[in-house]
Design a protein around this ligand. Structure first.
Ligand SMILES: Cc1cc2nc3c(=O)[nH]c(=O)nc-3n(C[C@H](O)[C@H](O)[C@H](O)COP(=O)(O)O)c2cc1C
Length: 193
């Protein structure tokens, strides 16, 4: 067994491995976990993982405030993250709460640290998901846009999880484990896969 699968029969190492995959994913755009699926009450969608902190179980995502998913948000919304890496044969499922930030310190810092290319899409005329007849009219021309104007449409979603489920597929025996935090104390359990 190589060091990558040392976690096979260890709950502690399974958790550490899951956390290291998420840590790597922030800056590694080739990682499957860089663009996981986020579900907030309704449809799932792909989002880019911008920041992750295993100690506070915190993830940061960016989004357009005009999107329908934002309209359905209240305080501490139940939310889920999911991703499966077919090469590593690892599925991660997280359950937690998401909170929206805009026009505050968190969103300003995230905006200021975003690249021009990332800022640009927040200047699209109109809300994501609106029905339109001429898509080409919504293409972005950098020359005609003040990229900084996009900030008014820019939102930050902070996801804090209290449950992480790890599934590792292996033909001789899969390994499924669940980590639950109550008052910052972690409970570690094996599950039947
Ligand atoms: C690779 C990839 C990365 C994406 N990253 C984000 C993202 O970081 N934030 C976001 O709001 N939408 C992102 N999207 C678009 C969403 O998946 C979705 O289409 C969009 O948010 C509109 O969905 P909604 O109307 O449910 O909000 C991404 C899509 C893809 C394919």
């Amino acid at each position: 067994m190589n060091s990558d699968t040392d976690f096979y029969n260890s709950l502690e190492l399974s958790l550490k491995y899951a956390e290291s995959l998420l840590e790597d994913a922030v800056s590694n755009s080739k990682s499957i976990f860089h663009s996981p699926t986020l579900s907030i009450s309704d449809t799932p969608r792909t989002v880019v993982l911008r920041e992750y902190d295993r100690n506070v179980r915190y993830m940061r995502f960016h989004t357009d405030l005009r999107s329908k998913k934002i309209h359905s948000l209240n305080e501490n919304n139940l939310a889920f993250i999911h991703a499966y890496d077919p090469e590593k044969k690892v599925q991660l499922r997280l359950r937690g709460n998401v909170n929206l930030h805009h026009n505050d310190e968190t969103s300003l810092l995230a905006w200021n640290n975003s690249r021009e290319m990332s800022k640009l899409c927040y200047s699209v005329k109109g809300a994501p998901g609106e029905i339109i007849t001429h898509p080409e009219k919504y293409d972005l021309d950098k020359e005609k846009i003040n990229i900084e104007d996009g900030y008014q449409n820019f939102g930050v979603l902070i996801f804090k999880y209290y449950e992480l489920e790890f599934l590792y597929l292996k033909n001789i025996g899969h390994r499924r484990s669940k980590f639950t935090w109550k008052d910052d104390k972690a409970e570690l359990n094996w599950l039947i896969p």
